[in-house]
Structure formats: structure tokens, C-alpha cells
Design a protein around this ligand. Structure first.
Ligand code: SF4
Length: 339
């Protein structure tokens, strides 16, 4: 439903949205690049406050978060729209909203799920957390903040699954209620970000560094898009994680499949995923995973000290768990995460 937005100001007769680095400057009636925020009467409105377009109970492994209370269920919600426009978006039906749609479709006006109901459903379904995902939750910041606030009051955790394309001030407000983040670090090239996602690299790096410094649980994902990601970028990403964050930050390497406007690209070759895994390990990362490749050996968590499987996985299913009080059940080495 329509609601007054946060994170905007008036400049030179326009409304400037500073929720994300696109920083749209909107004249009367204009809609932002995300397709779901518009200047109406000199004020910025979101048209999707509580307009849930997708929800599901997922294993937390699907986010992907492998070190945050492994095996728990998380109620995942999304409203439509996105502030990035990735060529190969796998959720493009809900994320890539046409700009005119916010005015013309009754869905935006009529759909409203009260935040309290989300929390009640999460508890009813036995979830330990609520995840904000599928589209990018940045564009439903106001709603996410309200749901997350109530979730904390009810003893639930909050997880933001995002591309990290958000400005500092809104992120600080959101972060008050977040416990964990799954952030895409899509490329290590500003050019690739611009061409593939219509975004930029630097704001994403800033978001990741901020979240890490705040001490929130963080896992990173890189989708290996052929022709956009190469070995040099992968090595740069791995080195950057070790240098700017820590070797124990988990890095997920995800297999790309052609979607949306990237039908001309092939799926990521398996050899490329295995090579990327080796690069991560060579650069000193302790937890590297290969995703979207069901049944591969790199879905499991290996103890960095004794190399035994401490969390066995097949797809999103936990097959074994050998962690005791946050330590490897075989050698006692501390395993990074929240358990
Ligand atoms: S959230 Fe939407 S309206 Fe606001 S700056 Fe980003 S793209 Fe523009």
C-alpha cells in the first residue's frame, strides 16, 4: 500500500531519495529507478509498504547462510521492485517492476500484510528468524524496519539478504534490528557492476565493511557469471575479504544459470566453480562453498584445522553436525559462526 517514505529530502523543487546510491532526484509524479517510490505532491512515497509478493518458510542454508544457527527455518518475505537491474536476475518477475505499474495496478494499493502478522506467522511455523530477500529488501526498508523491530520483541532473529546497494544512514537504521547478513559481492570490477547491474562496486564494499565492523554475522556470495567474472576478479575478492574483513568470513561461489536478459550466456562451467574454490583456499579463506551445484563436496563445512567435516550438507539439508559449543567436534578448533 502507499505510505510516506523515509530517507528523502527536498532539493531545488525536487524530491531526492537517499535510500540507495542511485539517489534519484524526482520531479512531481516521477517514479524512482526502483519503480516503487515516487514524488507525489512534493513528498516521497513508497507504493509497496506491506505489499507482499512472495513469502516462504526456507532453511537458512538457502539464503545462503551456513554458519548462522545451521538448519533453522526462516520465514522469508519480499515486496516487489529492486534498485539494481541485473541482466540475469533470477527473480526478475518480482524485482524488475515497470515504472508506471505503481500507479496503475490495484495490487500496489490493495495489498497490505501487517508487520505483526508476519511475526505471528514466523512463530506459528516454528521459525527462528525472519529473512528479507528475493527482491532486494533495501527498497522496502521502512516495512523491513517495522517487521524486524517487532521480530526482536518476539525473540526472533533478523536476516537481510541483499546486494548491499544502500546508503549509510538507512543502513544504520536497519542494522539496529539485524542479526545477520547475506550480501552479494557480484564482481570486483566497477565496469562489470555498471554493465551487468547498473550499479557501482564501491558502495557495496562500503556496506560490507560497515556490517562487518558492527560485528553482525556476515556471509558473502559471488555469482559466477561467465564473461563478467574472471579469475583475476575472484582472486581480488578473496584477497579483499582476507585483508579488509577476516579469513573466517564464509564465501559462497554460486553457479549461474541464464535468466531474464542474460539468456545468451551459458551456465557457469563446473571447472570454473572448482577453480574459484581453489583460489579462495589459496588466498587463505577458511570457509569457501560452491552453490547451485547439487551434491558437490564443497557444500559441506570442513574444519580449517583438522579438515574433518563439521557440518555435512546435501543441497540445503544438513546431513551431519559435529560442532560442540562452537568448536570442531574432532579437534576443538573454534568454528566461526553463531551456533
Ligand atoms: S531507493 Fe529507489 S527511488 Fe530511492 S534512490 Fe534508490 S532507486 Fe531511487
Amino acid at each position: 500500500m502507499k505510505a510516506l517514505a523515509k530517507f528523502w529530502k527536498k532539493t531545488n523543487g525536487k524530491v531526492e531519495c537517499y535510500l540507495c546510491p542511485v539517489e534519484c532526484k524526482l520531479k512531481e509524479g516521477q517514479v524512482g529507478s526502483c519503480g516503487v517510490r515516487a514524488n507525489l505532491g512534493g513528498e516521497l512515497y513508497t507504493f509497496t509498504y506491506g505489499s507482499l509478493i512472495s513469502s516462504a518458510v526456507d532453511p537458512v542454508e538457502k539464503k545462503p547462510l551456513f554458519h548462522f544457527y545451521p538448519g533453522h527455518l526462516t520465514l522469508t518475505i519480499a515486496t516487489p521492485g529492486c534498485n539494481l537491474h541485473c541482466k540475469g536476475c533470477q527473480n526478475w518477475e518480482i524485482s524488475q517492476v515497470q515504472k508506471g505499474q505503481v500507479f496503475s495496478e490495484p495490487f500496489f494499493e490493495e495489498t497490505f500484510v501487517p508487520p505483526k502478522l508476519i511475526v505471528e506467522k514466523a512463530l506459528e511455523y516454528g521459525c527462528k528468524s525472519i529473512s528479507y530477500s528475493y527482491s532486494d529488501p533495501t527498497i522496502f526498508a521502512e516495512y523491513m524496519i517495522e517487521v524486524a523491530r517487532l521480530a526482536h520483541e518476539a525473540g526472533l532473529k533478523n536476516i537481510m539478504v541483499t546486494a548491499g546497494y544502500i546508503n549509510r544512514e538507512p543502513l544504520e537504521e536497519i542494522d539496529r534490528f539485524m542479526d545477520a547478513y547475506s550480501i552479494d559481492l557480484k564482481f570486483f570490477s566497477d565496469e562489470a557492476y555498471r554493465k551487468y547491474s547498473k550499479g557501482r562496486l564501491e558502495p557495496v564494499l562500503e556496506t560490507i565493511k560497515f556490517v562487518f565492523k558492527r560485528g553482525k554475522w556476515l556471509e558473502l556470495t559471488t555469482l559466477l557469471v561467465p564473461e563478467y567474472v574472471d579469475e583475476t576478479q575472484l582472486r581480488d575478492i578473496a584477497r579483499w575479504i582476507v585483508r579488509e574483513l577476516a579469513p573466517w568470513v564464509p564465501w559462497h561461489l554460486s553457479r549461474f544459470f541464464p535468466h531474464y536478459k542474460a539468456q545468451d550466456l551459458p551456465p557457469t562451467p563446473v571447472e570454473m566453480l572448482e577453480r574459484a574454490y581453489k583460489i579462495g583456499k589459496e588466498e587463505g579463506l577458511e570457509y569457501v562453498y560452491v552453490g547451485n551445484l547439487f551434491g558437490n563436496a564443497y557444500e559441506s563445512t570442513y574444519c580449517p584445522n583438522c579438515s574433518q567435516v563439521v557440518i555435512g550438507r546435501r543441497g540445503f539439508t544438513i546431513t551431519s553436525l559435529n560442532i560442540k559449543e562452537g568448536k570442531c567436534g574432532f579437534c576443538g578448533y573454534k568454528i566461526a559462526g553463531r551456533f
